[in-house]
Design a protein around this ligand. Structure first.
Ligand code: CA2
Length: 145
């Protein structure tokens, strides 16, 4: 039985591949999801993908994951740096959480250096470009055994 995982993307990540390719690359979110789904199939993982520009919708989705998923990959976007609500929702989830940032947030403005979500995540990936999502699902597969 494949293990269901949620792969969540926060605000503005629907614009991937459409602007700022020097920071976020040229792949669209659909490209990233297709590559991630293909890898998941080899790892015995069944991914469900979500993107929202709204904090409350992301909180609702994380709450849904409590019943529906064994692990979470999340790129919270700018909410990483502001959202105690996302941290609280993830703290109510029992499985492993891997946080992904496409860019190296530590090489950017100081307000991006802190992430509330990192207080909960088993692992944090930053600066690997969209390959970070692939690294994240590999790690989830390891953690879920
Ligand atoms: O590096 C990342 O993945 C970020 O989570 C992306 C967020 C940013 O606020 C975080 O500090 C780091 C921004 C996502 C915006 O994505 C866009 C993609 C293409 C064009 C415009 C925005």
């Amino acid at each position: 039985m494949p293990r269901t995982i949620f792969i969540l993307n926060g605000p503005n990540l629907n614009l991937l591949g459409q602007r700022q390719p020097e920071i976020y690359g040229r792949e669209t979110l659909a490209d990233v999801e297709a590559a991630t789904a293909a890898l998941c199939a080899t790892l015995g993982l069944a991914p469900r993908f979500f993107q929202s520009n709204h904090e409350g919708v992301l909180v609702d989705t994380i709450q849904e994951a409590r019943q529906a998923a064994e692990g979470i990959v999340i790129n919270p976007g700018a909410l990483s740096h502001t959202s105690v609500a996302l941290l609280d929702a993830l703290n109510a989830f029992d499985g492993p959480v891997i946080e992904v940032h496409i860019s190296n947030i530590h090489k950017r403005e100081s307000f991006r250096h802190h992430s509330y979500v990192s207080l909960r995540a088993e692992g944090v990936i930053a600066g690997l470009g969209t390959e970070g999502y692939l690294a994240a699902v590999r790690r989830l597969a390891t953690l879920l055994g």
